[in-house]
Design a binder for this molecule. Structure first.
Ligand code: FDP
Length: 332
């Protein structure tokens, strides 16, 4: 049996290991709160009251505070950015790492007792001795030194990469340890399962319209095989399923909301999940280019996402090329 603490000793630097330990400790506290559910007064909207009559905070706010407060006390951490907060938080000027996180991805699932999770990304910090600013965080995903997620489902699990494959751990509530269950997670290049919110169909660009049309024609169309849809509506759960049994996940460019090219956030969701998927042998693009090559322009930037089985992702990229689609949905 290998615990997370043992694994970290041999697979990464002391600074990253310490930061991972901080994240893992916070994840256990979040997991415990989630398992208490309505009894902890965490369901419903913020502003209500729990069973003790105390003012209620939404769990994504509680999770955010837990992660933020523990990370800024870690001497290795030079700054923290959260999907929940407008501004970045500078931490220790001599730290060597920056952390971004989505404290509770899929938070609309909490009230219905479904899977949610914490996604994190760790970047290098280059301005020791100075207070970290937003521009320090604006590094392309290929510069991440670690990324992963804690998923709070029927059990609590961790998937993590330090740039040499993906390891998966399961939390043992008896020993209170994350225990290694798969040291090299791999994704098949082919699949017959896809995840997309089809209610947005009329807003998609022609290449995605065509792709989904081909899949839904199944063995009567050009694909010559039947496909199955799965959509949990929590990226973390859809990506976790892909790591376990393959598939493709799409939140593509759409024209639903003017000025918002995609729904997912580059720094908190797309980059860390792309790092995990690529390290497991899959691919990840915005439809046109590799997500981890994109130079961020803002800490809360949104981006279209197409990731998972390599052959399918490459095919979608080819459809965009043939249609002359450039980044941001523009035509050549
Ligand atoms: P949520 O809004 O619940 O936080 O982060 C955005 C996200 O969840 C993803 O986790 C999920 O894949 C997507 O939004 C679901 O979007 P739809 O509601 O459009 O299906």
């Amino acid at each position: 049996m290998t615990t997370l603490a043992q694994y970290l000793q041999t697979h990464t630097t002391a600074q990253i290991a310490s930061t991972m330990t901080t994240l893992a400790t916070a994840s256990v506290a979040i997991s415990n709160l989630l398992s208490q559910g309505a009894l902890a007064g965490i369901h419903g909207e913020a502003g209500g009251q729990n069973v003790q009559g105390e003012a209620q905070k939404k769990l994504d706010v509680i999770s955010n505070d837990l992660l933020l407060n523990s990370l800024i006390q870690n001497p290795n951490c030079a700054g923290v950015a959260s999907e929940e907060l407008d501004d970045i938080n500078p931490a220790n000027e001599n730290g060597t790492l920056l952390v971004t996180f989505d404290p509770l991805d899929g938070s609309s699932n909490i009230d219905i007792n479904m899977t949610v999770g914490t996604i994190f990304s760790i970047l290098p910090y280059h301005n020791q001795g100075q207070k970290a600013t937003e521009s320090d965080f604006l590094q392309a995903g290929k510069h991440q030194v670690a990324a992963g997620y804690f998923i709070y489902g029927t059990s609590t699990m961790l998937a993590v990469t330090f740039g040499a494959g993906v390891a998966m751990f399961s939390f043992d509530p008896v020993s209170q340890n994350y225990v290694l269950i798969n040291e090299k997670v791999t994704i098949s290049e082919q699949t017959a399962e896809y995840a997309i919110n089809s209610s947005n169909r009329r807003y998609w660009l022609p290449p995605i319209q065509q792709y989904i049309e081909e899949l839904t024609q199944g063995d009567t169309g050009v694909r010559n095989k039947d496909y199955n849809t799965r959509w949990v509506a929590a990226m973390i759960a859809d990506v976790h399923r892909i790591l376990i049994r393959g598939g493709i996940f799409m939140y593509p460019y759409d024209t639903k909301i003017e000025g918002k090219a995609g729904k997912l956030r580059l720094m908190y969701e797309a980059n860390p999940m792309s790092f995990i998927i690529e390290q497991a042998g899959g691919a990840s693009t915005d439809g046109v280019q590799r997500i981890m090559d994109i130079e961020p322009t803002g800490i809360h930037q949104r981006i279209p996402v197409v990731l998972g089985a390599k052959e399918e992702v490459e095919y979608i990229k080819a459809l965009h090329e043939m249609a002359g689609i450039l980044a941001n949905g523009e035509k050549a």
